[in-house]
Design a protein around this ligand. Structure first.
Ligand code: GLU
Ligand code: MG
Length: 479
């Protein structure tokens, strides 16, 4: 059982917003948390762990952390670790804005490690990691907690008898270490997707695979990508909150292995001007009673009606979902046609230029493999916000029994102008769509909705008059 109780006996009619799904985000009793932390500390001690890093991801997409010595783990699980609410209005460059409900120097929150996910870090000897959820001093869920938002959306699906499997593909660029103001120099000059790159960085990549495995993750694939120094790793799908946790763990594992090899990494949307960027593609499948609703149904390519409604809701909401799925203004430099980033608001079977790509899998494995991929998201996203918001939009589509529009089977860039809408080409357009979204506003709840909006507006304003090269340079080493 998670540190938040895993009991989802909610009513589908419960509001998506903060009033709903309270049971899914309630803290279990303190005594129980303490006992479980003692057992976890015993296990970690035998693994020679000295300190535990407890992370959350802010609204700008930066992973922030508080760490405690192992001897402090029980106290952290019983009483939480103090964190300031103003982290909710941090920008990626560490400047701080404010929002109508959250912001300013006062207040205190309690960060609780999720003891189910605590794991020794293979590439940081003596360290363990746990994702954290934030509560008030009174023990009630912090309405700005992005992880609890994702947990509530998972519960909203469960209240409808549905579960999801999700996975975020991680793309990164690896470079030789050096001062942040210098343009990257690469440790391999091998061609895109070339075996040359795996040969050049053989020990490094093996260490990445090994560290991920030792941390309990199941690597599906690792390969060189298109841009200089670019690679991708994918891991097995899991529940929505678990998948968001995993994407944090995967990225920081890659970072740690890189540091041990004298390398640095960038998960920023764009590393080289005009290059292909780093995506954060979100794969998901919807399940009922152990059956994948992406297979064997009457809809397009075997979608069950509920899966079609869900995907129709996601497709329709993509402009506003970009606010959650592409945190950085630099994301819009990546989100351009013919870069496999999914710059058009359309869907298609195995169409890598569609923002929503349907994947049925090979004949024989479809019942397990069928899923959909949101391609337009990048790795500056807070994964909890991205996944939670997609679930909210999908459930709205499902509840309204929506149907998908016509499929797009070709590169939308080759279509007649206007035949298929481009997704927002800058943060202002996406923000405008977000401010019109009643579904996201209700699901996020006013404090989180407003905090995200404040951060996006502040970053959009900050970089509005800045050229592409400067924006790339400002964000390259922040993610
Ligand atoms: N790097 C591309 C992106 O920015 C995706 C490449 C791929 O399809 O894996 O999303
Ligand atoms: Mg890729």
């Amino acid at each position: 059982m998670s540190i938040e109780t895993a009991v989802h006996q909610a009513d589908p009619a419960e509001p998506l917003g903060l009033g709903g799904f309270a049971a899914a985000v309630a803290l279990p009793p303190r005594a129980e948390r303490g006992e479980r932390a003692e057992a976890a500390a015993d296990r970690l001690r035998t693994a020679a762990v000295e300190a535990v890093a407890v992370t959350w991801v802010d609204n700008a997409g930066v992973t922030r952390v508080k760490a405690v010595p192992l001897s402090g783990l029980v106290h952290a699980a019983e009483w939480g670790i103090g964190t300031a609410p103003c982290f909710d209005v941090f920008l990626a460059d560490d400047t701080i804005t404010t929002s109508p409900i959250i912001g300013g120097p006062t207040g205190d929150l309690r960060l609780y490690p999720d003891l189910d996910r605590i794991v020794p870090l293979a590439a940081q000897p003596g360290w363990a990691w746990a994702p954290g959820s934030r509560y008030t001093q009174a023990g009630t869920p912090h309405p700005g907690c992005q992880r609890l938002f994702a947990r509530r959306m998972e519960a909203a699906a469960a209240a409808r008898g549905l579960s999801l499997k999700a996975g975020i593909e991680v793309e990164w660029v690896v470079a030789l270490d050096g001062p942040p103001e210098e343009a990257p120099k690469y440790p391999t000059h091998g061609p895109a997707y070339g075996m040359h790159r795996i040969t050049d960085l053989s020990d490094y990549l093996r260490e990445v695979v090994r560290a991920l495995r030792e941390q309990g993750l199941s690597v599906l694939q690792i390969h060189p990508e298109y841009s200089p120094g670019q690679f991708e790793v994918s891991v097995a799908p899991e529940g929505p909150v678990g998948a968001a946790d995993t994407s944090v763990l995967v990225r920081h594992t890659i970072r740690a292995v890189s540091a041990r090899h004298g390398l640095r990494v960038s998960f920023a949307p764009v590393v080289e001007p005009d290059g292909v960027g780093n995506g954060g593609h979100l794969h998901l499948s919807l399940w009922r009673d152990g059956r994948n609703l992406g297979h064997g149904g009457p809809g397009p390519h075997g979608l069950a009606a509920e899966a079609e409604g869900f995907l129709a809701g996601v497709l329709d909401a993509l402009p506003e979902l970009l606010v959650l799925g592409c945190s950085s203004p630099a994301g819009y430099l990546r989100l351009v046609p013919s870069h496999w980033a999914g710059a058009y608001q359309c869907w298609g079977l195995e169409n890598r230029e569609a923002a929503l790509r349907l994947v049925t899998g090979s004949t024989g494995e479809r019942a397990a493999a069928a899923n959909a991929e949101v391609k337009c998201f990048d790795a500056s996203a807070n994964p909890y916000l991205a996944i939670g918001a997609v679930i909210a939009a999908g459930l709205a589509g499902l509840d309204q029994r929506r149907a998908l529009p016509a499929e797009f089977t070709v590169d939308p860039a080759t279509a007649e102008p206007g035949a298929v809408p481009r997704l927002p080409q800058g943060p202002a357009e996406a923000i405008a769509a977000y401010t019109r979204s009643a579904v996201l506003r209700e699901a996020l709840g006013e404090p989180l909705y407003q905090a995200v909006l404040a951060v996006r507006r502040a970053e959009a304003e900050k970089y509005a008059a800045v050229g592409a090269e400067e924006l790339i340079a400002a964000t390259r080493w922040r993610f």
